[in-house]
Design a protein. Sequence first.
Length: 210
Amino acid sequence: MIFDLKKKEDKKIFRIYKKAYKNLKKFYEFKEDININVFVINNRDCINALRMKKTPKWVIGFSNPKINTIFILDRKKFSKESEHKYSKAKYERLITHEMSHIFFYRLMNDLKSPAWFSEGVALYTDGNTKVMERPKKFENFLKFYKPGSGMFKESGFVIELLIKRFGKKKLLGMIKKTKGVKNKKQFEKLFKKIYGFNLNCKNINKLLDK
Ligand SMILES: [Zn+2]
């Protein structure tokens, strides 16, 4: 596939980028700096070509941690090329979200994570847990070891709860140790070692009442 690339000045994106970078560097406790490239895409066709598949209309961004690059739909194309209505706050969350994935995988030093886990951390750090509908009980996040629609619903709130009950350091440790984890079983074993209880909805729900 061939793409036409141009360097672009965009004060709005740069402002969001700087703020997100500062907050994420602090959250992930990064000492060194990383250079993240932002690619602005202006249509669905181009998103599909980059993803090498037909993407649903809710997809407005993605990241490639291998090359420290995030891809976001042009804000002027939201109504035409996606099912989202543009707002400044949403764009900020989108950019922060994709950048968070870069930090996450850099911290892990690997590219494999349960989908709910990496999405949960991204949703927590991008501010989505402050605006999304809060589930009363956790029921299905563990179904999303692999990505799927519905993986965003509970995952950010699970991460929020883990941080609230056990602190951020433990979570960062969990992310780092996920390096090399190959499957659900191994991840559950690691989770138990770090958090001291079996990873299931019942136990996570119990944390709500504490
Ligand atoms: Zn994501």
